[in-house]
Design a protein around this ligand. Structure first.
Ligand SMILES: O=C(CO)[C@@H](O)[C@H](O)COP(=O)(O)O
Length: 230
């Protein structure tokens, strides 16, 4: 059970300090938005490079951009340990996943709420993680979409059926009141923005979310950076 705070909800004028404020986190979730794939604009390669120098927590870069085939490798070179591209934006998802892995990072693929998992079942062995979006991508602080729970469950079933070790991440509206349902449905990596950075003590919020997820799933897995890495 891994908790990845989303820096979209952090104070961008103090990014390095905000990254250090969650050192008990498994990964730092970095939301890259280009104002084309999603209606918001955040940060790019130079900021990821700078963040990597500011924290020991590995970075999980979620690319909400057009043409990830062109840009994703640059995020690995900038220091991302995991790079997620959207299947809706990728021209050649298998080639891209192989390229990310060949460069030494974990390869992950994201699905927007209206994108089903079933057409992509055969791609699962090419991936280290699948991200089921539980809000429409673009903004933090949105309400969790309960209607995504069956998709989380079906995705976990497919992963098990193929005997894969891959992680199943959820992102959007994850909080103390929704994380247990996600864990019960089979998610094991949880992105949380406002629930972490909106808390008085972000690191404590990470620990509390992890405990809720572990209890819900009946696990007591590794925590912190022990669980991260390939
Ligand atoms: O990718 C996104 C939004 O597109 C997320 O990573 C959000 O940043 C999560 O924020 P909360 O919903 O947890 O506040």
């Amino acid at each position: 059970m891994q908790i990845n705070p989303s820096i979209l909800s952090a104070d961008f004028s103090r990014l390095a300090d905000e990254a250090k404020a969650v050192e008990g986190a498994d990964w730092l979730h970095v939301d890259v938005m280009d104002n084309h794939f999603v209606p918001n604009l955040t940060l790019g390669v130079p900021v990821v490079e700078a963040l990597g120098k500011a924290t020991d927590t590995p970075m999980d870069c979620h690319l909400m951009i057009e043409d990830p085939d062109r840009w994703a490798p640059a995020y690995v070179e900038a220091g991302a340990g995991s790079v997620t591209f959207h299947v809706e934006a990728a021209a050649a998802p298998v080639r891209l996943a192989r390229e990310i892995r060949a460069k030494g990072a974990r390869a992950a693929m994201a699905l927007k709420p209206a994108t089903p998992i079933e057409p992509y079942e055969d791609l699962l062995p090419e991936l280290d993680m699948l991200l089921v979006m539980t809000v429409e991508p673009g903004f933090g602080g949105q309400a969790f979409l309960d209607i995504m729970l069956p998709k989380i469950r079906r995705t976990r079933e497919l992963i098990s059926r193929h005997g894969l070790e891959m992680w199943l991440q959820v992102d959007g509206g994850v909080s103390a009141s929704t994380i247990e349902r996600c864990a019960e449905a089979g998610a094991d990596v949880f992105v949380a923005g406002s629930a972490v950075y909106g808390a008085e003590d972000p690191d404590k919020a990470v620990r509390e979310l992890r405990a809720l997820a572990e209890n819900a799933a009946g696990t007591t897995g590794l925590c912190g950076h022990q669980a991260a890495g390939r």
